[in-house]
Ligand binder design. Sequence first.
Ligand code: SF4
Ligand code: SF4
Length: 381
Amino acid sequence: MPTTTASPVAATPPDKLPSKPKKPLVRRLLQDRSQQVRHAVQLAFLALNAWLAIEFLLWVRYFESNGQTRYFERPAGVEGWLPIAGLMNLKYFLVTHHVAAVHPAAMVLVAVFLLSSLLLKKTFCSWLCPVGTVSEYLWKLGHKLFGRNLTLPRWLDIPLRSLKYLLLGFFLYIVISMSADGLNDFLLAPFGIIADVKMLNFFRHIGTIGIAVLATFVVLSVFIKNFWCRFLCPYGALMGIVSTFSPVKIRRDADACIDCGKCNKACPSNLPVDQLVQVRSLECTGCMTCVAVCPAENALQFALPPHRLSAGEVSGLEVSGPALSAARWSHRTVQPRMVVVVLAIVFFGLIGLARATGHWQTHISRDIYMQLVPHADDYNH
Ligand code: SF4
Ligand code: SF4
């Protein structure tokens, strides 16, 4: 007589517990071009800044040589490197409704970058800022050399990230606490007029300590993604705060997402994109790297809030399927070329308006520059 052996009821080992069923991957139809477009814009801005620096240097050389070298127009765009003067001018304008005579372009450019952050998250940092571009190349170099970048533990990362907000608070406190007359006096004083020349001289005549600090930042940037931007840049901190009001965000469609985690791994800001429905973080730069690596159709978008579909619309679609996701995101996504168009409209629109109304160039005579520029290092605040 055959013996029946009862099958043993073994406990399921913890690593064999039934996991969430895998969702089928509906592959994206079109190849993502966001990173090629973004890198092209970054390089164009880097080239623009290099050109501004060279022309500004030639302008300074004219005065330093007592008019012996060829005269070049002062490129007002160089004031983009004077964000504090830009904030001072902005406050002066908001209080008096007049544009200050000195460094108005600094204010225009602050307004351009604030508006772009309001419309398109912190795209200033990942699409336009030359420091952000250089930082990105440095950490990518580190990744190439060492196969990875360092991620700081949370207990160190969070306090370090707060440094940029402290710096921003300090600069805002100075600007906000100054009266309109005080701001005007500051900007019209020799130090204010040639603040740009002093900044240039800082880099031209950089001392040992300056070189050591700069070299430290470069080395840290090779190991840690966007070291300067993540921990120290007060301008990025300001753009991040404004960007929280942007209607456009990175948005994940849980129905279309297959939980592969690629977006999470690729995010240069170390954000847990695969666990969020929308990325509200102040650290999100709208770089679209996460979107570029996502393999699933309609799973991840840089987009306005999705359509709220009515029950009737949903019942007419294949619920939880690609059709539902496609309907949700139809006309809501912001494609890379649209980012370029919006940035260009804001950039050229505000600068064009400032030029047309005579509020782009600093109105200081050549004679005054001839007195001040050669002695820039003697003027301190
Ligand atoms: S969430 Fe996406 S867009 Fe935002 S920083 Fe990370 S990779 Fe860039
Ligand atoms: S990359 Fe992120 S959003 Fe895209 S499918 Fe994978 S986990 Fe989901």
